[in-house]
Design a protein around this ligand. Sequence first.
Ligand code: PGA
Length: 251
Amino acid sequence: MRKKIVAGNWKMNTTLPEGIELAKAVAAKSAETPSSVDLIVAAPFTHLASIADLLKTSKVELAAQNCADHASGAYTGEVSADMLKSVSCKWVILGHSERRQYYGETDAKLVEKLKLALGAGLGVILCVGENLEEREAGKHFEVVGAQIKDVLYNFTAEDMKHIVVAYEPVWAIGTGKTATSDQAQEIHAFIRKALADKFGAAVAEDTTILYGGSCKPSNAKELFAQKDIDGGLIGGAALKAEDFIQIAKSY
Ligand code: PGA
């Protein structure tokens, strides 16, 4: 059975004291969520070491929002996969559309990042998704299919045990506009098929595929009821512990 996951992506929000408060609140309420649902919070780099300690006694796992495409050395301002591992991160989000859009993250760079992250023993949440123009032109399958192939087809079935895919239509991120559950299900099934084509049906069946994009307490239940939607990557609603936990309780 593949894992159900609800992951919060805090993005560039919260000062350290605010982040600590949020982490404490999420950890405290995490016991209310079903044991079948794993919880992850992806905090800013500056918060990771402090938050790791706070989460230790809860079910909440820690993620970073990015890592470097080099192992170590003269790359000023970058944070390596090994560094994340050393502060007790279990996961790293890679290929978020904001990284692709504002920081020139390409699929080729993502392959390097994934190799380093997996090599460091981190799990990876790989984000894929089309923008509005691509959706309106009916190119979403083509775009998402290419992202899956160009990144994940460079890895093995064994690697896939440590990789979660997050489908996040760019037009739904932070816009309040959610994909309908049918739209999301359709593309999740397509992603699972693309994984089956390369890695076989068993690996595809075991891969967790999350939906992200204006997922909130009011729509999580309907989205999570879909056969191929295994949880969510939550942005805005993850900044309120209550909402985040409510989303996880939708299962
Ligand atoms: P949102 O962000 O929930 O605020 O739309 C989701 C994401 O970018 O991961």
